[in-house]
Design a protein around this ligand. Structure first.
Ligand code: ADP
Ligand code: MG
Length: 598
């Protein structure tokens, strides 16, 4: 291909090309510019930071950050744009104890390499009359002069990526870019409640926080008072880490993790590991496709956190990450267990229907009265009562449960509704509505788990149950046999798509009814939720669901009371194993508000 004397193929790139390539790592998009400049302002000790974005023709045309921080001398202002020039570290050792957000000395150089930057700065408290103005475009200094300026720094970035058309092309729609900036700013505001931030877009105010010593104020400012109503504090200390912040009650959850904000040592980061650990702390309190809302600040031994693994430092590497994750899971779980998680009823204020008012000869709207007003609990059919009794008795006869104080107040049943809901009055004088099936499911679920720890969790059937399966079911069942045996089922493969059930888990012992066993096995075979939870968890949930009193089964008042009493004994009485609530309460004040008595 090449002869011996041809010119060399390899050559060293010129500095401007090197800078542009390096810039690609730090400055991916407009949000990265905002991030780097705001972080510089924070590092400069600013008390208030203003961000101005302008856009036209579907593109962000300028980004300006103004701070009242330390400012820079004329010499420093020029040095700041030199690659790897930083005032924050002197050597690699300093990284172990780094307290500033920046330290790589790359941001300003990178931004200036791919845009046109105008910097105006004046050092704080220097008494200098004039400040410094520097204009750099594509890495070349165009202007360096004195100028009148307030103390602090203002940086204007225009024509972003004017000299890298390829990068420009990859930018998403303006809304996507703005959304990224918004999310970023939420995290930054949350991590620095002591700074007041103001974000403007085409001169319209988008986000404002006030200086505060309480992170909760900032959370309220960013996400609204409603969010604050549904979160409560987490506090935990371990030898290598402390956790503070707020997590949501299960009543506030989301389909995505956008409201899981995590700060490690003052740095807003994103971490799947930590998000996963927080989610794990909720266990069955949330449905499996939901994520909680969480605002957490972790202080981790500096030695365990490596912030220098990602050019934009959005990711960090944690040593002992398993321990850290486990500690977070535990802290979240403990906080949830010690908290009163009964969702309060929301007054449907907006949905209030206004009734027509009475005129002289026309009576006002008359409310249709039900012909018979049911008083309290209706009696169920005899057969139904017996079935419910069997199901209930089984969950009542628990022995060896450590008695812990109940997380629910004492509840007196006052009625039931539709065979679905139990109505009760608490000793704290609140009205509660309990989902009968969900409550009993929770009771069974916890008992199955407890039983599994004991030795004799299997009980032989007097009349073995014969199951006929389809060929597909047969193969699934054959695979599940070991897991089922572990859970207390004894099934024999009889060949020709027939199985004989000889024993079932003790928890189902009083329901020796072929129907339930059939339902459980067919649920297991057809359950598509494989993967997300293990076999044991799946089997436990299915037993709980199928063993529990069905919705629509009308229970006697006495039976309702037994369900409630059993629910009070559970570790987590607030949700069923799938994360749906078991109980909702209405305080007198809630009701008064709904009836506009206040
Ligand atoms: P780094 O933040 O990693 O040190 P940068 O390129 O972001 O690198 O900034 C270089 C230097 O410029 C900083 O170390 C700091 O001394 C100075 N600087 C940048 N922005 C500001 C600002 N807003 N106020 C005061 N000094 C600043
Ligand atoms: Mg920086």
């Amino acid at each position: 291909m090449t002869s011996e004397h041809s010119t060399p193929v390899i050559h060293v790139l010129d500095q401007s090309t090197v800078n542009k390539i390096a810039a690609g790592e730090v400055v991916e998009r407009p949000a990265s510019v905002v991030k780097e400049l705001v972080e510089n302002a924070i590092d400069a000790g600013a008390r208030s930071i203003r961000i101005d974005l302008s856009a036209s023709d579907g593109k962000i045309t300028s980004i300006r950050i103004i701070d009242d921080g330390s400012g820079m001398s004329p010499q420093d202002a020029l040095l700041a744009f030199v690659p790897h020039a930083t005032s924050k570290i002197a050597g690699i050792k300093d990284l172990d104890t780094i307290r500033t957000l920046g330290f790589r000395g790359e941001a300003l150089a990178s931004i200036a390499a791919v845009s046109r930057v105008t910097l105006i700065t004046k050092p704080q408290g220097s008494g200098a009359v004039t400040g410094t103005k520097i204009v750099i475009a594509g890495g070349t200094v165009k202007e360096h002069a004195g100028t009148g300026a307030p103390e602090g720094t203002s940086i204007l970035v225009e024509d972003l990526f004017f000299n890298i058309p390829a990068r420009k092309k990859f930018l998403k729609t303006i809304n996507t870019e703005l959304a990224r900036i918004h999310t970023l700013m939420e995290g930054i505001c949350f991590s620095h409640p002591e700074i007041s931030f103001r974000l403007f877009y085409n001169s319209h105010e988008q986000m404002v926080t006030d200086r505060s010593t309480r992170p909760l104020d900032t959370i309220a400012r960013l996400f609204g008072a409603d969010t604050v109503k549904h979160i409560f504090p987490v506090d935990a200390a371990y030898p290598f880490m402390t956790i503070t912040g707020y997590i949501s009650k299960p009543s506030l959850s989301r389909k995505d993790t956008a409201r899981m904000l995590v700060i490690i040592n003052g740095r807003f980061i994103s971490s799947l590991l930590i998000n996963g650990a927080v989610r794990a702390g909720y266990g069955t309190l949330l449905a499996k496709d939901r994520s909680p809302v969480a605002f957490l600040s972790l202080q981790i031994d500096c030695g365990l956190v490596d912030v220098n693994v990602h050019p934009t430092k959005k990711l960090v590497r944690l040593s002992r990450e398993k321990e850290i994750a486990e500690a977070i899971r535990k802290a979240v779980s403990a906080a949830l267990l010690s908290h009163d998680l009964i969702p309060a009823a929301e007054a449907p204020v907006q949905k209030m229907v206004s009734l027509p008012t009475a005129t002289d000869n026309q009576p006002a709207y008359t409310y249709p009265l039900a012909e018979t007003v049911s008083s309290g609990v209706s009696e169920s059919t005899h057969a139904g009562t017996i079935d419910s009794d069997q199901r209930l008795r089984q969950t009542e006869l628990m022995t060896g449960i450590p008695v812990v104080p109940s997380k629910l107040p004492a509840i007196e049943v006052i009625g039931e509704f539709g065979g679905i809901y139990i109505l009760g009055r608490t000793d704290t004088d609140e009205l509660v509505i309990i989902d009968q099936h969900a409550a009993h499911e929770r009771i069974l679920y916890e008992q199955v788990l407890l039983r599994l720890k004991g030795e004799h969790h299997s009980q032989e059937l007097i009349w073995p149950v014969i199951l006929h399966s389809t060929p597909k079911e047969t193969s699934v069942l054959q695979d599940l046999l070991p897991a089922l045996t572990l859970e207390g089922f004894i099934l024999e493969d009889f060949g020709r798509d027939t199985f004989i059930v000889r024993a079932i888990p003790v928890v189902l012992g009083r329901m020796e009814n072929a129907g339930i066993i059939d339902e459980i096995i067919s649920d297991l075979v057809n359950d598509a939720s494989t993967g997300s939870v293990n076999n044991r968890e799946r089997i436990t949930r299915i037993i709980a669901c199928r063993g529990a009193i069905k919705a629509g089964t009308v229970c006697t008042r006495e039976q309702c009371q037994r369900i409630v009493n059993q629910l009070r004994l559970t570790r987590n009485p607030f949700t069923c194993p799938h994360g749906r609530p078991t109980i909702i309460r209405f305080s007198r004040t809630d009701l008064d508000t709904m009836f506009k008595r206040t």
